[in-house]
Design a protein around this ligand. Structure first.
Ligand code: ADP
Ligand code: MG
Length: 200
């Protein structure tokens, strides 16, 4: 079980978050929905442990994967190496299977700059799931893709979540994405932002 209990968060004396409390059960997918600038990425960074400068507590598992808004790949490493370097327990065959699963068969030796944005996102997804995370965190993973590519990516993400069943927390400003993927939607409102829960 993941427990998030943020009492407040400020940047330079300006409160951005008020009380934000929620749990995520194993295998559950929770969407954090709210307009741009409200504090969604700030919450993800706190939950992930990247930003320890807040008032409150977070209990999270050690084995965690993060998919950022931009794919954050190593540009000077091949597609295959991008998978195995971040997942040291993964064999080359395991990495090949993971690439094939996201539709990147035959791209093992290419560099991220030789892949389309959609393919880079697929690689970032493969990398995240390859570590069999107990907690998966995704920050607007489908933003700035064309409608058709976004649709394919959402379907792929849905299938991978169903196969691996991590606890998932993902952020979006698109209600349709939240409704499609999540078991539960948490709506952020106000300044400083707080939660009003919705049941899907
Ligand atoms: P969202 O992800 O919902 O678009 P963010 O969490 O990125 O919003 O940002 C919430 C607010 O906090 C914004 O007003 C943003 O300008 C501010 N903010 C985010 N990161 C920092 C930072 N490192 N320093 C100062 N202000 C920040
Ligand atoms: Mg953000």
């Amino acid at each position: 079980m993941i427990h998030v209990d943020i009492r407040s968060k400020s940047f330079g004396g300006r409160p951005v978050l008020g009380q934000v409390r929620f749990d995520i059960r194993p295998g559950e997918t929770v969407a954090l929905l709210g307009p741009s600038g409200i504090g969604k990425s700030t919450i993800l960074r706190i939950v992930a442990g990247i930003d320890p400068d807040f008032d409150g507590t977070v209990d999270r598992p050690d084995n965690m994967a993060i998919v950022f808004q931009e794919p954050t790949l190593l540009p000077w490493r091949s597609t295959l190496k991008n998978l195995t370097l971040t997942n040291p327990g993964l064999s080359r065959n395991g990495a090949r299977a993971a690439l094939e699963r996201v539709g990147l068969r035959g791209k093992e030796r290419m560099f991220p700059g030789q892949l389309s944005l959609g393919q880079q996102r697929r690689l970032a997804l493969a990398r995240a799931f390859a570590g069999q995370p107990d907690l998966l965190i995704m920050d607007e993973p489908f933003v700035s893709l064309d409608a058709e590519t976004a649709e394919t990516m959402i379907g792929l993400t849905e299938a991978l979540i169903a196969e691996h069943r991590p606890a998932t927390l993902f952020v979006t400003h698109a209600r349709s994405e939240a409704e499609r993927l999540a078991n539960r939607i948490l709506q952020l409102r106000g300044d400083p932002a707080t939660l009003s829960p919705h049941i899907v």
